[in-house]
Design a protein around this ligand. Structure first.
Ligand code: NAD
Ligand code: IPM
Ligand code: MN
Length: 359
């Protein structure tokens, strides 16, 4: 029996809808396993811009940093797209990740056998399943590199962003990737663009140095364009992928799609010293389906399972949540994004309830 503080940031669009379902599941976990979860809700993203003018207000930062973990939905939407980039919802998310020092973003892309029919790839390509972990560096790269901006040079506008990594930033995320590979299939593929980019040549050098400490892990290097192709051509060839912030953003959406839907993919962002882990679905605020009870809450519910496992050390509880998700899929329930003929179509709230009932 434990007592835990969880910061809950619903955010925008479908964020509040999917977070509400994860909270439903969490309260059942609390009852079944006799834990008390102190849920501390805070404004974030567009919702925070509306209430206080900035996407990541100091009060929200205080709530996050004094919690054991942060559960987050999604931010952004057309309403805020024309604002000054410095105060847009997405900037708040980058600031949260930076404040938490969360340099390692773990994005597991697993094809549930029950969902093989929702996969976009040919059955023979996925016959052996898909089980990939993308380790994406999260607080460096072109996302944060300076200088960056738009300015007039020689009478025309010039836009620039700086893709930059210091070796300590590469080393620490590589170490996380090797450690995780040791606990899985012991195969690590480092993805870069070293044939063109200087920053990638350093990336490859540092990852190769870190590999010396992990002789049991089979390390390979792949250019990002080829990796994008191999992910759909032969996804079973991958175990753990480690890559930078921008390449990881793109490849993890691709990995999500090959497992059926981006509505299925959870993530954990960790690495900070004495800061909480951040747990969020890989998808965004999906303005096209917001407010219609259409969103798939599974990515957020699986993110909650990662929170229980990694930040609270509650692995039996995490197992119970994951098993409940698998049981509901096995029983044929599907939200629209993973629906196929003959299945039972349900909305976001029904899906959340079905999973909560099976914990
Ligand atoms: P998106 O992930 O929000 O949506 C892409 C497509 O996937 C849409 O068709 C959407 O309906 C669908 N989708 C996403 N999540 C789903 C779910 N749970 N269930 C069913 N279908 C789902 O990406 P986008 O449309 O490029 O971005 C929309 C907004 O979200 C933008 O403002 C963007 O900046 C923001 N965004 C935020 C995050 C985040 O908060 N972590 C991540 C990505 C995008
Ligand atoms: C994600 C999103 C974010 C990112 C955006 C919204 C800042 O796409 O979490 O994958 O690029 O990291
Ligand atoms: Mn993304």
């Amino acid at each position: 029996m434990g007592s835990y503080k969880i910061a809950v940031l619903p955010g925008d669009g479908i964020g509040p809808e999917v977070v509400a379902e994860a909270v439903k599941v969490l309260s059942i976990v609390g009852k079944k396993f006799h834990h008390s979860f102190d849920l501390r809700y805070a404004d974030f993203g567009g919702a925070a811009i509306d209430s206080s003018g900035v996407p990541f207000p100091p009060a929200t930062q205080d709530v996050c940093m004094s919690s054991d973990a942060v559960l987050f939905g999604a931010v952004g939407g057309p309403k805020w797209d024309t604002l000054d980039p410095a105060i847009r919802p997405e900037k708040g998310l980058l600031a949260l990740r930076k404040a938490a020092g969360a340099f390692a973003n773990l994005r597991p892309a697993k094809l549930f056998s029950e969902l093989a029919d929702a996969c976009y790839l040919r059955p023979d390509i996925v016959a052996n399943g898909i089980d990939i972990l993308v380790v994406r560096e999260l607080i460096g790269d072109v996302y944060f590199g300076e200088p960056s901006g738009i300015e007039v040079r020689d009478g025309e506008r010039v836009g620039f962003s700086n893709m930059i990594y210091a070796e300590h930033e590469i080393r620490r995320v590589a170490e996380v990737a090797f450690e995780t590979a040791m606990k899985r299939g012991k195969r690590l593929c480092s993805v870069d663009k070293a044939n063109v980019l200087a920053v990638s040549r350093l990336w490859r050098e540092v990852v190769t140095e870190v590999a010396k400490g992990y002789p049991e892990v089979e390390l390979s290097h792949m250019y990002v364009d080829n990796a994008a192709m191999q992910l759909v051509r032969n996804p079973a060839a991958f175990d753990v992928i480690v890559t930078g912030n921008l390449f990881g953003d793109i490849l993890s959406d691709e990995a999500a799609a090959i497992t059926g839907s981006i509505g299925m993919l959870p993530s954990a962002s960790v690495g900070g010293a004495n800061t909480p882990g951040l747990y969020e679905p890989v998808h965004g605020s999906a303005p096209d389906i917001a407010g219609q009870n259409l969103a798939n809450p599974v990515a957020t519910i699986l993110s909650l399972a990662m929170l229980l496992r990694y930040s609270l050390n509650l692995s039996a509880e995490a197992d119970a949540v994951e098993a409940a998700v698998a049981a509901v899929l096995a029983a044929g329930y599907r939200t629209g994004d993973i629906y196929r003929d003959g299945m039972k179509r349900v909305g976001c709230t029904e899906m959340g309830q079905l999973i909560a009932d099976r914990v």
